[in-house]
Design a protein around this ligand. Structure first.
Ligand code: GUN
Ligand code: FE
Length: 442
């Protein structure tokens, strides 16, 4: 029935970092029931237990072949870069100048911004991504458009206007004063409104003057609960450029540190070419690194050393970084993460991977009070994954002998075609129409 708020499926979620060998840190129900009330999780249990407690299972929407999981969280992505995804043949600095900056100039038009923001969020939902931390453009109205369209979909979103006042085309530059004024206005309008949070967004140190970085630091101190997102140590030439631009800084991270931009709500994308000092300083301040494997491979930036950063105690999240990244799908992103780690003789267990894309990212982004798993009262953002949409996955599935095997096939071979439905606060927000419709049961 239409007011039905119970979902019966195979259900997986994480309660902590999963330990595959002793089965702790996650819960898996072969036949589970998730009950949602007013957009929040009310309960989760096996169908058998629910029935034994007198719950009428016929109330449930039943998806016996589907895996129900918390929605994916993307910790670093650029909303205006949908159209520059897979731009051919350049590394970071040339990629920015040749493809990214010219495209971002189009967002001076409000209509374009609104249409692209809407398309962007719909693509996230198609990919099972229910929350994200987003770079918009230097144009404040493009940030406004993103928040407005996110609010229409009731998605939990962190976003900010790009601060950029040098080393970019004139039409894409603001000034420290303009940044401060526009950021304050956006913060007043959107920060902590519903599920929206503001993230200060200096693009990266080369495109901000010291004065502008100081503005970012001041705003960060002025408003409680703000986030800060930027890029750090992605590319060798970028790191060399930092040395020229900020000769007085100890290293790349120190530039941000000098302006008060480090902390538990700060997310630095990439962090590939880091010194030991930078690693310990990130850890000491609780600053996070967003691991963007498809981007790091596609733009040829390098291999992030996850074991080194994790051992230091740095909060790590996993992110698509579209348009440097080549896919909106967190599943595809995890598959590339696996390969990046393989090249360094590190391993990514599928449970760990799926943990990262859900509760792990929620924790790294200080959102685990709201989302990330199916704890009672959390916001009910979740996905229904079809485990058998393509031949390869089907074949692999046939020989999979354990949950871990099945999840490994999903992680390595899966993509947005595995996402049949996406729910935001218990409401259906995306439904795939197509080849596997027949497999749905009610
Ligand atoms: N560094 C500065 N800007 C960008 C961007 O848009 N994408 C990536 N991947 N790196 C950046
Ligand atoms: Fe990025």
């Amino acid at each position: 029935t239409s007011n039905c708020n119970a979902f019966r499926a195979r259900i997986l979620h994480f309660t902590d970092i999963p330990n595959p060998s002793d089965g702790t840190g996650f819960e898996y129900f072969e036949d589970g029931v998730l009950v949602v009330e007013q957009g929040r999780i009310r309960s989760l249990d096996s169908a058998a237990n629910m029935a034994a407690q007198g719950f009428d299972l016929s109330q449930c929407q039943h998806f016996p072949d589907h895996l129900l999981m918390p929605g994916f969280i993307d910790s670093h992505i650029h909303s205006p870069q949908t159209d520059v995804i897979v731009s051919y043949g350049e590394q970071l600095l040339d990629w920015l100048n040749k493809f990214t900056f010219p495209n971002e100039l189009k967002f001076s038009c409000f209509q374009h911004s609104e249409q692209k923001a809407s398309e962007f969020l719909d693509i996230l939902l198609e990919n099972g991504t229910t929350s994200a931390m987003v770079f918009t453009t230097v144009f404040a109205q493009s940030t406004d458009a993103l928040f407005k369209t996110a609010q229409q979909r009731n998605m939990r979103m962190m976003a900010g206007k790009v601060m950029m006042d040098r080393n970019a085309p004139e039409g894409l530059c603001d000034t420290p004063e303009q940044s401060e004024r526009e950021c304050r206005a956006l913060i007043e309008k959107w920060h902590k409104v519903g599920r929206m949070r503001y993230a200060l967004t200096p693009r990266f140190a080369p495109t901000s003057s010291p004065e502008q970085l100081a503005v970012a630091g001041r705003l960060y101190r002025d408003y409680p609960g703000l986030y800060l997102q930027t890029h750090l140590s992605e590319n060798i030439k970028e790191v060399a450029w930092i040395k020229e631009l900020f000769p007085q800084a100890k290293d790349y991270l120190d530039v941000y540190d000098q302006y008060g931009l480090l902390g538990t709500r700060s997310v630095f994308a990439h962090g590939i070419h880091l010194s030991d000092r930078e690693v310990s300083r990130l850890a000491e301040t609780g600053s996070g690194i967003a691991f963007c494997p498809t981007s790091n491979l596609f733009i040829g930036s390098g291999l992030m050393d996850m074991a080194r950063l994790e051992d230091a105690g740095i909060p790590i999240s996993v992110a698509t970084d579209v348009g440097g990244g080549t896919s909106f799908s967190l599943l595809r992103t995890l598959a590339e993460a696996y390969k990046v780690l393989q090249l360094q003789e590190q391993n990514l267990n599928p449970l760990k991977g799926l943990y990262m894309a859900t509760l792990g990212n929620a924790r790294s982004l200080m959102l685990d009070g709201y989302i990330g798993n199916f704890e009672t009262n959390k916001e009910a953002d979740f996905v229904l994954l079809n485990l058998t949409p393509n031949r390869l996955q089907k074949a692999r599935q046939a020989v999979a002998s354990s949950l871990e095997d099945t999840l490994f096939a999903l992680m390595m071979l899966g993509d947005e075609m595995n996402v049949d439905r996406t729910y935001i606060m218990g409401k259906l927000a995306f439904q795939r129409h197509g080849h596997n419709q027949g497999e749905m049961q009610w």
